[in-house]
Design a protein around this ligand. Structure first.
Ligand code: TEU
Ligand code: CA
Length: 543
């Protein structure tokens, strides 16, 4: 594919919106969001202006990890609706020029998937090789690889007298990509979804599929890119799809392979280097550390500059695994509105495909619950593990309040009525008590709201090619407070100036008088030489 047609890829100036279905909108009062609930909110999303919805998994699942443990890839979980509801969602979204991007979990299945139920029956079973087994005895695990949600990555199976490998929970056995029969089944399943008219796929932990557990390799295994090329050739390349790989282990160099403009693997990646900076080095996300601001600037700059023209990145602060950005790197009390807008303006001026996670467009915040009110398997296991280790309960809860995945999973705040308008019944997880003052209904009416800030940012990306095409220069690299950059494309310059912190500071950056348009800012009036707390400005300059 030549560079020209590559430039015209629809997803390059698109904005994606992630829905976590169980927390978005409940249509039938059982307390769990569902597909019909999403359909009811499509007008809201169209008004916001997004182009595609990344839908977290809705396939059949025992819900050990909220749907990331799939027991049937070609069926919808009754909790979310039916296959007809899914067809309707695809159709209704299409009417509004919105594509549905499904979340494909291909690294592992549920232990209740029929493949695994068969596989564990005996070593001779035709499905046995769909998973990863090692001999051993009940009291000696093959090696000390750990699972992401705690404990060993190996689980003993009495039936086969073997261990199976799982990188996540025991109910998420890893699939064996070395087996061509397994790969073929996966491709057929994907082709089936493509025929249903989905717009693309998000590929869950795709950089972990080529594991070599005997060599302690879990991520970026030696066969990874071979598998990805085959996957893409057999499926995605047969349609006009967008694909985004979740890659925790990506470097810029690897990203160039994944998202090579020749499209031999994926369209873009979702990498986490920037979002992992506020933790103690070499430790877990729970081990909190202040954000190293200068490093954040360098990381963003490197991805912006080095991937430009050679690959494609996602732009995000949030997803269903991450705490709310306004509570994390903004300020969610006195300057909630200002700091939420600053973070939006900062990110949405960059190159890449922006992802908005449900509620981010409202400045939804973290929630601080008692341990009983958490639902996430990772959070619950972490609590028990650290308690056993002897850590103080207060310390553990501090980490949970800051980093639990449930911060992102509290129900979407639609209005100020009961349960924030999310459900008529009892929500599966508590609504954030601040829903009275933070909700969509208010913000749609108020053109100064965070919602309208996002809406404007989305519209700029459609209107000004500099957002998609411009090169990137970081300004004031060593400034301890200001994150500023400019992007240039032909005769247009985009200038973004953000005060990342709470104190008022001097603004050393001048803008030319006549040719400058202030596209957006988060204060009603801007004083030239001063930046107020969390002040952000985005200028368009004709040069
Ligand atoms: O996440 C991948 C992953 O590595 C996470 O477990 C991550 O370490 C953790 O969420 C950080 O808090 C994907 C999905 O996004 C996540 O929801 C799933 O639980 C996981 O894969 C397993 O499918
Ligand atoms: Ca429901």
């Amino acid at each position: 594919m030549n560079t020209d047609s590559q430039q015209k890829k629809w997803w390059k100036n698109a904005v994606f919106y992630q829905i976590y279905p169980r927390s978005f909108a409940d249509s039938n009062g059982d307390g769990i969001g569902d597909l019909q609930g999403i359909i009811l909110k499509l007008d809201y999303l169209q008004y916001l202006g997004i182009d595609a919805i990344w839908l977290s998994p809705v396939c059949k699942s025992p819900q050990d990890d909220n749907g990331y443990d799939i027991s049937d890839y070609q069926d919808i979980d009754p909790m979310f609706g039916t296959q007809d509801d899914m067809d309707m969602l695809i159709k209704e979204a299409k009417k509004r020029n919105i594509r549905i991007i499904l979340d494909l979990v291909l690294n592992h299945s549920s232990d209740e998937h029929k493949w695994f139920l068969e596989a564990k029956k005996s070593r001779e079973n035709p499905y046995h090789d769909y998973y990863i087994w090692r001999d051993g005895s009940e009291d000696t695990v093959p090696n000390d690889l750990k699972a992401a949600f705690g404990g060993s990555a190996w689980e003993w199976t009495p039936e086969t007298q073997q261990y199976y490998f799982h990188q996540f929970s025991v109910k998420q056995p890893d699939l064996n990509w070395e087996n061509p029969k397994l790969r073929r089944e996966i491709y057929d399943m994907i082709l089936w979804w493509m025929e249903k008219g989905v717009g693309g796929f998000r590929l869950d932990v795709i950089d972990q599929i080529a594991k070599e557990p005997d060599q302690n390799i879990t991520v970026n295994g030696p066969n990874l890119h071979k598998y990805l090329k085959e996957l893409s050739r057999e499926t995605f390349q047969k349609g006009d799809l967008v694909t985004v790989g979740e890659t925790w282990g990506a470097t810029v160099e690897l990203a160039k392979l994944y998202s090579n403009p020749d499209q031999s693997e994926l369209s873009m990646i979702f990498q986490f280097e920037h979002i992992c900076l506020d933790q103690e080095e070499g430790k877990e996300k729970w081990d909190l550390a202040p954000l190293p601001f200068l490093k954040l600037k360098q990381v963003m700059k490197r991805w912006q500059q080095e991937l430009s023209g050679k690959g494609w990145n996602s732009l995000f602060w949030n997803n269903h695994d991450l705490p709310r950005i306004v509570s994390r790197w903004g300020e969610d009390k006195d300057y909630r509105i200002e700091s939420a807008k600053m973070l939006a303006i900062l990110l949405h001026g960059m190159q890449g495909t922006p992802y908005i996670y449900q509620g981010e467009e409202l400045g939804m915040t973290n929630a601080a619950y008692e341990i009983e009110d958490y639902r996430d398997i990772e959070t619950k296991n972490f609590y028990q593990e650290r308690l056993k280790k002897g850590d103080l309960k207060e310390e553990i809860m501090r980490s949970i309040h800051a980093k639990s995945r449930d911060n992102a999973r509290t129900p979407m705040q639609w209005n100020g009525k009961k349960n924030a308008g999310f459900t008529e019944g009892t929500p599966w997880i508590k609504v954030n008590p601040n829903y009275n003052s933070i909700h969509a209904e208010d913000q749609i009416k108020d053109t100064n709201s965070i919602f309208h800030c996002y809406k404007k940012l989305i519209s700029f990306r459609k209107k000004h090619p500099v957002f998609t095409e411009g090169d990137f220069q970081l300004l004031l690299e060593d400034d301890e407070n200001i994150f500023a950059y400019e992007r240039t494309y032909k005769h247009v310059k985009l200038l973004v100036i953000c005060n990342f912190f709470r104190k008022t500071i001097n603004n050393p950056l001048a803008t030319p008088e006549n040719t400058t348009e202030l596209l957006i800012s988060n204060y009603p009036a801007n004083e030239k030489t001063i930046l107020k707390p969390y002040e952000a400005r985005m200028y368009l300059i004709q040069t």
